[in-house]
Structure formats: structure tokens, C-alpha cells
Design a protein around this ligand. Structure first.
Ligand code: BTN
Length: 268
């Protein structure tokens, strides 16, 4: 967050009791690394790390993540779930739902693309076909089992898409472009953190998040391509599992299961 905003950010976080501490940086390599470091030194859950810019932001599958100063949100949250390890993949569902709530705070429609993409339509209109939606953010959960997990969320809030490097120009969305004006990063962040704290607390006590997450996926029932290291599969994205995997209905009628994290998905 910008320096001049840091007092407002701290005030906002102070209103969310679940947040134990908030670390604010102008620039770091990766907020996920900072949070992981804190976790390794025994910090309790509820620590939030925020940076205005990242020098070496990381995405899934070894990709890099772009966080230019003053325009984006880069957040990492340290959690120590009480739930069995098999349920930990659901952290990405909680993060996705929280991100959607944050974006909706500023009147921008939002949805999710399996496994961990945060999507918005190019115009403020939910009725846009899913294929036209663009990636406005992503989630990277990194776990140090069985001790803790770092939930990293990156969002393009006020990055004009024409500023994007050419390899991103085709797929990237930004909230300011969709709503037609710059929006408050603080408001998006507040919505995200409030929703995360609330959902995470209930989930940790046993609540399910699968149905809510599935309802936010914009590609269920649609024809998609799944890119795996072994090749490309296509079919209908049929349903998702509690482990965060995706069931694909193949053209020959068989079903195939994909584990979140191994593959990426494209529309046809
Ligand atoms: C993806 O779509 O591949 C996931 C992108 C995750 C980016 C966020 S920004 C905050 C946190 N710190 C990082 O280095 N990565 C995550």
C-alpha cells in the first residue's frame, strides 16, 4: 500500500479482530516469502503481509507475477488451520471467495476460474460470456505441512491494461478498466480481509466452502481445454471436488479427474 495510506490500512485492519498483526512494505521480493519466514519463526495465524510492489512476485507453476507500485494489491495471510491436512486445499477456495467479495465492494462483477484465477468481465456486466472474462488476480497457497500455510492473493486493481507487458495484454483484466475509473485499493482490501477472516474462522470450525466456491466458478458446464505437462485434454468442466480437483467429461463420455495445481485451463 502507498505510504500515505498506511495509517488508513492499519486502522481498517484494526477493525478485524481476527487479524493479529499487519506488516506493510513499500517493496519486497514476494509477500509470500515474508509471510513464510514469519511462519517459520513461529508467528501465530492471523498475520497479514502487504506490499505496494513486489520485485519477484510469484505465480503458480513457477511463473512470475507482476505487481507494479501504487496500482495493485499483493497480500499474504498466515494461517495455522486446525482442520485435517486433506482439507487444506480448501484454503484456495476461501481466498477466491474473499477476493470476489473484495472486488464486488467497488461494484465490479467478479468470479473464479479453476483452479485459482480471479476473473472479471471486460465491462461491468455479468452477462458477458465467460470466455470474454479476464484474469484480474490469482491465488498462490504455499503450505509448510503440517505447521502452517501462506495464502497469497494478487489483484490488478488500478493497473491500466494498456500498461501490461505484451505477453499479458491478451488475458489480463484490471478492475479500473472494467468499472471505468480508478477504485479504492483500500476498499477492495477491506472487503477481501473481512470476508477471509469470516470464512476462514467458520471453515476452521467445520463449515464447508465447496458449494459456495463451485457457485462462483464461471466455467462449470462449459467446454474447456486442460493443459497438463502430458498434453491437452478437452471436454465439459462438470464438477469440482472437496480437494479442489476438477472432473472433466471427455468427448467419448468418460470422466477424468484433474488435481488443482497440475494443470491450467482454457476455454475453447
Ligand atoms: C497465479 O495466478 O499464478 C497466482 C498469483 C499469486 C500472486 C500473489 S501476489 C501476493 C503473493 N506473493 C507472491 O509472490 N505471489 C502471491
Amino acid at each position: 500500500m502507498m505510504k500515505e495510506n498506511s495509517a488508513a490500512v492499519l486502522r481498517m485492519a484494526g477493525k478485524i479482530p481476527w487479524i493479529r498483526d499487519l506488516y506493510l512494505y513499500e517493496e519486497v521480493d514476494s509477500t509470500n516469502d515474508v509471510a513464510r519466514d514469519l511462519g517459520e519463526r513461529g508467528a501465530p495465524e492471523g498475520i497479514v503481509v502487504l506490499a505496494d510492489a513486489q520485485r519477484a512476485g510469484r505465480g503458480r507453476a513457477g511463473r512470475s507475477w507482476w505487481t507494479p507500485p501504487g496500482m495493485a494489491l499483493a497480500v499474504s495471510i498466515l494461517v495455522r488451520p486446525r482442520r485435517p491436512l486433506k482439507d487444506w486445499p480448501q484454503l484456495m477456495m476461501i481466498a477466491g471467495l474473499a477476493a470476489v467479495e473484495g472486488i464486488e465492494r467497488v461494484d465490479c462483477p467478479a468470479g473464479l476460474k479453476w483452479p485459482n484465477d480471479i476473473m472479471i468481465p471486460p465491462r461491468p456486466n455479468r452477462e458477458m460470456p465467460a470466455i470474454a472474462w479476464r484474469k484480474a488476480g490469482g491465488i498462490l497457497v504455499e503450505s509448510v505441512l503440517p505447521a502452517f500455510a501462506v495464502v497469497g492473493i494478487g489483484m490488478n486493481v488500478n493497473i491500466p491494461t494498456e500498461m501490461a507487458p505484451s505477453e499479458l495484454a491478451e488475458i489480463m483484466g484490471s478492475i479500473c478498466d472494467t468499472v471505468g475509473r480508478p477504485v479504492s485499493r483500500l476498499e477492495v482490501l477491506e472487503g477481501l480481509l473481512q470476508a477471509f477472516a469470516d470464512l476462514y474462522t467458520k471453515w476452521n470450525e467445520g463449515m464447508s466452502v465447496l458449494e459456495r466456491w463451485a457457485a462462483r466458478l464461471i466455467m462449470l458446464g462449459q467446454h474447456v481445454q486442460i493443459h497438463t505437462p502430458g498434453g491437452i485434454q478437452e471436454g465439459i468442466a462438470e464438477s469440482v471436488s472437496a480437494e479442489g480437483g476438477l472432473w472433466l467429461r471427455l468427448p467419448d463420455g468418460r470422466r477424468e479427474y484433474f488435481v488443482a495445481g497440475d494443470v491450467s485451463l482454457r476455454w475453447m
